[in-house]
Design a protein around this ligand. Structure first.
Ligand code: SER
Length: 586
């Protein structure tokens, strides 16, 4: 039996219910693009909501972390990984948690106990030193010299800046063949962290205040890839049983050996695996220029670029061969891989074709930019050149930055942003111009839906409650989807009123104005805004008559009459306290 099954079965025997992995795209949390930890989809329950499966849960959660792509290519980092976790929602606490972990490691996995060491929280002004956990470890037979007390950076866990949190105890494994030293030194990298048990008894609010939660929870996390490699005695995760088939396939495709080409092969294997999982998600993400779609695009394009450095023939179906390995390997656990197989393979191939068409020319253009700079003393690629690479050759700005870095150059990101905004403004004008001629394509429809979203937001305030605000939004060429706070269903009478109000505003032919102002100033005017930290210091406020004023990157139509007829097709619950409306235009 593999580690995943052993883990899940062990906790089922201890009275836990297995919950399915949540999708990679969070359904309830518009503040993050992907789930980055096993506990993320469980936040409402860690905060006290009753979970339908009970108080003891276990699962393997699909997680994606793409904040630092630069580290991918080393032996241990991945953009997608599975996190094994067990939870107590106000049920057991430190004692059972520690004894379950110890029993699983020493009895099920049969790790000799001298190869284990732990860290516990040293304490600070607010939270006491965690002698309780230390004593529980001693009771299990972990000697004092294998228990280290560390501070808030190491032994306190919170996802992001606010939310449920608490001190944790981390378990380390001696992975070297050398003699286990008498004293545990957490800095010695022959000790690897394999499991993190967080004792979630606090809540940190965005203003930094820490308050006790009503119930004490346990949240543990074990990085599957890492632990499989460690247990198989591999220093390089990509040589473990989870990756070896992808690596072998890459060796076969390229005719090269892994040794000497580790970095490229790891990047390709990693990025294709993550792309496969994103494409398989029920959220229906496709490569795009915004949000999750943009991350997906960057991953695929980065894999393609590295595949070229290994001289992989872009006319072959190399990406399909790699994707199939992932689908076969994981579809037992994640049915969506099999169900969405065709979409995965088609989208990968489409994105490869799109990018391959311009990549070669783009690389030539890039070389020209560099050689022009080399003739000067400048070390920075200008915003205009970076924008041309983005716009004409499809280079995500991060790709240009990466290529520049390899050559010892930087990129003028501010200049790039400026060009990007100017371009958006131009295409906005172009889009509405074209629409008048009756040529509405996907982008035009999305632009119209975007403005309709602002009107919907305003109408909800007027018809239902002035304190309604946007909690999430998603637009495709078919419909808009708008999430907002409300603790009750919107009645059908209200929905009719909202629809009528939006349509009347559309028919009143209001101009959509863009006003640039400083962020503070914009907030003072009462402009609507979802995540203030996400915006630069100078922001654009889109104003529609006296109806709506919102901080937004656009694009929008020039006049509301371009929107057409607005129709609400669905109103439903999205999560606790959040409702969702889907609407179309015609
Ligand atoms: N949330 C903790 C982590 O991600 C334990 O699951 O490490």
């Amino acid at each position: 039996m593999n580690l995943k099954d052993l883990y899940i079965n062990f906790f089922i025997e201890k009275g836990h219910k297995e919950i399915p992995s949540a999708p990679v795209v969070p359904e309830n949390d518009p503040s993050v693009l992907f789930n980055t930890a096993g506990m993320q989809p469980l936040i409402p329950y860690l905060m006290g909501k009753v979970h339908p499966y009970g108080k003891r849960l276990v699962n393997a959660q699909k997680c994606i972390r793409t904040n630092d792509l630069d580290v991918i290519g080393d032996a241990t980092h991945h953009t997608f990984f599975e996190m094994l976790g067990n939870w107590s929602l106000g049920d057991y606490f430190k004692e059972e948690s520690i004894s379950y972990s110890y029993e699983f490691l020493t009895k099920v996995l049969k790790i000799p106990h001298k190869k284990l060491a732990v860290t516990v929280f040293i304490g600070n002004a607010e939270i006491p030193r965690d002698e309780v956990s230390a004593n529980l470890w001693r009771k299990q037979g972990i000697p004092d010299e294998k228990i280290a007390y560390l501070g808030i950076e190491d032994n306190f866990w919170i996802a992001g800046d606010s939310g449920p949190c608490g001190a944790d105890t981390e378990i380390f494994y001696w992975r070297s063949n050398e003699e286990v030293p008498h004293l545990f030194d957490p800095e010695d990298n022959r000790w690897v962290e394999i499991w993190n048990n967080v004792f979630m008894e606090f809540h940190k609010s965005p203003d930094g205040k820490i308050k006790e939660l009503e119930k004490k929870n346990v949240d543990t996390g074990m990085g599957y890839e890492r632990v499989v490699a460690v247990l198989e005695g591999k220093d390089d995760n990509y040589l473990s049983s989870l990756w070896i088939n992808s690596i072998k396939k890459l060796e076969e495709i390229t005719g090269l050996s892994y040794e000497g080409h580790e970095k490229e092969m790891r990047i390709i294997a990693d990025h294709i695996r993550t792309a496969v999982f994103i494409l398989s998600d029920y959220a229906g993400i496709k490569p795009a220029n915004t949000d999750q779609g943009y991350i997906l695009r960057r991953l695929i394009r980065r894999a393609i670029r590295h595949s070229r450095t290994l001289n992989i023939d872009q006319n072959s179906n190399w990406e399909e061969e790699l994707a199939k390995i992932i689908i076969d390997q994981y579809s037992n656990y994640y049915k969506e891989l099999e169900v969405n197989k065709e979409t995965i393979l088609t989208e990968l191939a489409k994105e490869k074709t799109r990018f391959s068409k311009t990549l070669e020319k783009g690389l030539k253009e890039f070389a020209k930019v560099i050689s022009n700079l080399e003739a000067t003393t400048k070390k920075e690629i200008g915003g205009k050149a970076a924008f041309k690479l983005y716009d004409t050759y499809g280079f995500p700005i991060e790709l240009t930055e990466e290529l520049a870095k390899e050559k010892g150059f930087t990129v003028d990101l501010e200049g790039f942003k400026q060009k990007y905004l100017e371009h958006q403004e131009k295409s906005r004008e172009g889009a509405s111009g074209k629409f008048k001629g009756g040529l509405a394509g996907d982008t035009e429809t999305e632009t119209r839906l975007h403005t309709a979203t602002h009107l919907l937001n305003a109408a909800l305030k007027e018809v239902v409650d002035k304190d309604i605000h946007q909690k999430g939004s998603n637009i495709n060429s078919e419909r808009l989807r708008f999430d907002f706070n409300s603790d009750r269903k919107i009645t059908s009478e209200e929905l009719i009123k909202i629809e009528e109000l939006v349509n009347s505003w559309i028919n009143e032919s209001h101009d959509v104005e863009i006003i640039e102002m400083n962020k503070e100033e914009a907030l003072k005017t009462g402009a609507e805004c979802m995540f203030i930290d996400k915006y630069p210091d100078v922001v654009q406020v889109y104003k529609i008559g006296n109806i709506s004023s919102e901080l937004c990157g656009g694009p929008h139509v020039k006049n509301t009459k371009e929107i057409g007829i607005f129709k609400i097709i669905k109103e439903e619950a999205s999560s606790a306290g959040i409702r969702r409306i889907k609407a179309t235009i015609s």
